[in-house]
Design a protein around this ligand. Structure first.
Ligand SMILES: Nc1ncnc2c1ncn2[C@@H]1O[C@H](COP(=O)(O)OP(=O)(O)OP(=O)(O)O)[C@@H](O)[C@H]1O
Ligand SMILES: [Mg+2]
Length: 422
């Protein structure tokens, strides 16, 4: 009984608590970093203090931050995580073995939804100073402007933003005129002239609906320039590219909610549009009859929904890249408006790619290399050129010679070495 009394000693009155919270949060709201953020709702009913507030979608990293904050202010807590989307931190009694009335203690509950999340704090009676401090810290942590910054949220989710790079243009990809033309027509034009497409749709549609492509699939062998093309699209259209490496985020999210993918789409919308590049989308592959992991299945279903639901007015476009289109789920393939196939380069294109990475060679020499590199991708050709340069520089250094550009013969040798190693 005495322990109980001493625990209650440093509680502060309801009015003082409310005043403290409001005062502390005043500067947060005054700074203007709080657009769209509502102040916490504070109430006292049936002997219970309650404080509730909304937050940005709660990422796993945020959850850890909350846990650390709670741990800093409360000595002993118990974590409840019954269902996905519900977490609670419950303060324990001073005497850890005494569970009596524990549910009356200070408790923080998190309701994690895809579009928004909510935090609810409750305690029978009044809060201690320590607990008031914790409430303030949780509120600020849940609503700090960094948290609201879509770029920050994307990073937490394992995606990264590639800002448009003015130096990136179609010259990076040698050959592939047909692929470039298709991309210009079906991706870049709609991204840069949405109004023209929409005005036609307004004239033709009984119920307005965008006719712009929402999702495009890049299909092609490894190393044929799919990722590079996506980066060029970002720079040509001046829209940031949100790079989502599907395989690595799936392992990062292992066992966690597939809502993370939804949050990526939300963050892109909040940025005012983006090119969402889902790289290695085959990680979601496996037709329905195969033994698809539950997690994969869930992520796939979120993806299907999001591809359907992308707001027609938004300037977000999704590009998926795959090496194995045939293995992809049919429902997924059907969501893409168009597939752009990147073939392996033909003879002339291979010569042109050598031209990008060995521009000092004569046309005849490049053609020669192009003819002898059948079946190789642009990446392999680039690798062979790099290998050649390294061999050549090494040789020059050993012989203490000034480095020059490698001679044709060295490229021929590298190509041979490369083929023999396979
Ligand atoms: N036609 C080309 N001209 C010049 N460079 C090329 C060409 N094709 C590929 N490359 C180069 O090869 C490298 C790999 O290309 P990229 O990463 O775009 O391939 P990818 O199709 O995305 O491959 P993966 O399926 O393995 O992801 C890049 O450095 C790119 O510049
Ligand atoms: Mg790639």
């Amino acid at each position: 009984m005495r322990a109980q009394a001493s625990e209650e000693q440093n509680v502060i009155s309801y009015d003082r608590m409310k005043e403290q919270i409001e005062k502390q949060l005043l500067s947060f709201f005054e700074k203007g970093g709080a657009e769209g953020v509502a102040p916490p709702q504070i109430s006292f009913e049936k002997g219970v203090t309650r404080i509730a507030f909304g937050t940005q979608p709660i990422s796993p990293a945020m959850m850890i931050d909350f846990l650390l904050a709670v741990k800093k202010h409360l000595a002993n807590i118990r974590v409840h995580a019954f269902d996905s989307g519900y977490y609670a931190f419950q303060a324990m009694n001073k005497n850890l073995f005494k569970t009596e009335n524990m549910l009356d203690n200070f408790k923080v509950e998190f309701f994690v939804l895809s579009s928004s999340s909510r935090v609810e704090i409750s305690k029978k009676g009044n809060l201690s100073q320590e607990e008031v401090n914790l409430v303030i810290e949780l509120f600020l942590s849940a609503n700090s402007s960094a948290r609201q910054d879509p770029a920050y949220r994307l990073r937490l989710l394992g995606a990264s933003i590639v800002e448009p790079d003015k130096n990136m243009d179609w010259d990076y990809i040698a050959g592939y005129d047909e692929v470039k033309r298709k991309i210009r027509e079906s991706v870049i034009l709609p991204l840069t002239n949405p109004g023209a497409y929409d005005s036609v749709a307004r004239m033709t549609r009984k119920v307005f609906e965008s006719n712009r492509p929402r999702a495009i699939l890049f299909d092609g062998a490894p190393g044929v320039g799919k990722t590079t093309a996506a980066r060029i699209i970002a720079s040509e259209s001046n829209i940031p590219l949100v790079y989502v490496p599907v395989e690595s985020i799936m392992s990062k999210w292992y066992g966690q909610s597939s809502q993370n993918l939804s949050q990526i789409f939300d963050a892109c919308e909040d940025m005012g549009g983006a090119i969402i590049f889902l790289d290695e989308i085959d990680s979601l592959a496996g037709s329905r009859d195969q033994n698809m992991f539950e997690a994969t299945r869930q992520i796939l279903s979120v993806l299907l929904r999001r591809l359907d639901g992308i707001d027609a007015a938004s300037s977000t476009i999704t590009i998926g890249a795959t090496n194995r289109k045939d293995d992809l789920d049919h429902a997924l393939i059907s969501r893409f408006d168009q597939t752009i196939f990147f073939p392996l380069p033909n003879t002339a294109e291979r010569a042109a790619i050598f031209g990008n990475y060995a521009r000092h060679l004569s046309e005849a020499e490049r053609s020669h290399l192009g003819e002898r590199s059948e079946g190789l991708s642009g990446r392999t050709i680039k690798d062979i050129c790099e290998l050649t340069e390294r061999r050549w520089v090494r040789k020059a250094l050993i012989k203490k010679q000034e480095p020059t550009a490698p001679p044709f013969e060295f490229y021929r040798q590298s190509l041979r070495i490369w083929k023999e190693s396979k």
